[in-house]
Design a protein around this ligand. Structure first.
Ligand SMILES: [Zn+2]
Ligand SMILES: [Zn+2]
Length: 247
């Protein structure tokens, strides 16, 4: 064995030991408060987990937070007036502090260390979704925004789901044009802003697609993307987002 190979094998062994001892040497920290946490699998301590703004009562169709539980199979007033093209949406959290601050930090300050905690929350919520979902679709960013941000937060949140479910991630959809930031726009302006924003390349084999996003604000992005997915050949679309903004 040459010295070079010997040193390389020592380095590999050291890296393996560091991995095995990683939790003992560098305890995992809660993504929200930074304290060492025993809930290592979710990167969220018990206190923060209990204090998160859980979206306990939500419309079964669009995940809108509601004051009172809707009757069985009864959608919120907005869904009844204008049913969305997706069959159901689920958002385990409300878009309120500290979730809103954490999502903004993830997107605009590259705080990708939130992804394991968010991924665990999304994966737990995904357990209640229909079993026939056969593909995942993170909401695409326009290539220019993707280039400036360096990553797509929806795609990052999709990775833990993909690892746990083994489902394929669809890549045949793209934003046909750059849309200005949605925040601060009225519902009508958002709708105009996003019209025909998504395009599909070719026909798609998946039958029930799960759209994955970080936040549902008015639901317009998901409506537009679900429309494009159905037009590309899917039979149904569901939506899973980390958080849902209030009415
Ligand atoms: Zn914490
Ligand atoms: Zn609704």
């Amino acid at each position: 064995m040459s010295w070079r190979i010997f040193i390389a094998s020592l380095r590999t062994a050291a890296a393996r030991s560091a991995g095995a001892l990683g939790d003992a040497v560098m305890p995992r920290l809660c993504a929200f408060c930074g304290t060492e946490c025993t809930r290592c699998e979710s990167f969220c301590c018990r206190g923060c987990h209990a204090d998160l703004p859980w979206n306990d009562i939500q419309c079964g169709r669009c995940a809108q937070p509601m004051q009172l539980p809707p009757g069985d199979g009864i959608d919120c007033a907005a869904c009844q007036q204008q049913p969305p093209p997706f069959s159901l949406a689920c958002a385990p959290l409300r878009y309120a502090f500290p979730v809103d601050a954490a999502i903004k930090a993830l997107k605009f300050r590259r705080r990708l260390d939130y992804v394991p905690a968010f991924g665990a929350i999304l994966s737990a919520a995904a357990a209640s979704l229909p079993a026939d979902i056969d593909a995942l679709l993170p909401v695409p960013l326009h290539w220019r925004r993707h280039a400036s941000r360096g990553f797509n937060q929806a795609a990052e949140l999709c990775k833990p789901l993909q690892r746990r479910s083994g489902l394929p991630v669809l890549t045949g959809f793209h934003r046909a044009r750059a849309t200005p930031y949605q925040s601060g726009l009225s519902a009508a302006e958002r709708s105009r802003n996003l019209r025909a924003a998504f395009k599909a390349r070719g026909h798609m084999e998946a039958r029930h697609v799960l759209i994955v996003d970080d936040v549902i604000t008015t639901g317009e992005t998901c409506r537009q993307l679900a429309g494009a997915v159905l037009a590309a050949g899917a039979e149904s679309v569901s939506v899973l987002a980390l958080a849902r903004a209030g009415p």
